[in-house]
Ligand binder design. Structure first.
Ligand SMILES: [Zn+2]
Length: 165
């Protein structure tokens, strides 16, 4: 992955920048390195070593909407790909979204009505509420505290410290 992890002044992960955007922040002295791991941005005239983790020198107040937009991926990230019914850690391929109150009964795709479920538990629960299916939720579905930073592919080692992986 070629990108740079951008942290807020408070060290919260904010986003992933392209090397060019990272270079601009560095050159304008708006951000500083928090790791010694560099990647090279090779330009026609010069090359620049860019740290793979940058921290803003000033605090950015991330606007929190009343609730972050619901996404399938966001639910999986919130639950860390762990089935809410059996506690199994799922691979991204087998993790499914379960609507606690089924859609067929008017259940909505909201943070409070959706959890991560493994394929088997989702099949077993089918179009029923957990109570009807005799299944117990191991977690209480909540709004995520933060907007999840969704990262695909391999995560560089230097990022892991900041992402609590
Ligand atoms: Zn399960």
């Amino acid at each position: 992955m070629t990108g740079v992890l951008l942290l807020n002044a408070t060290y919260e992960p904010l986003s992933i920048l392209s090397l060019r955007r990272a270079a601009r922040l560095l050159l304008k002295e708006r951000a500083e390195a928090v790791t010694g791991d560099n990647v090279w941005l090779v330009g026609p005239e010069c090359s620049l070593a860019i740290p793979t983790v940058l921290r803003l020198r000033y605090y950015v107040n991330v606007p929190r909407r009343n609730s972050p937009a619901w996404t399938r991926r966001g639910v999986l990230e919130r639950d860390r790909y762990t089935c809410a019914y059996c506690g199994k850690k799922c691979s991204p391929r087998e993790a499914t979204i379960d609507h606690i109150t089924p859609v067929s009964r008017g259940g909505r795709s909201s943070w409070g009505n959706t959890v991560t479920a493994c394929f088997r538990c989702n099949q077993r629960k089918a179009d029923r509420t957990p109570h009807e299916a005799g299944m117990k939720l191991l977690i209480e579905p909540k709004l995520p505290r933060t907007c999840y930073l969704v990262i695909g592919g391999d995560v560089p080692a230097a990022w892991k410290l900041w992402l609590e992986l």
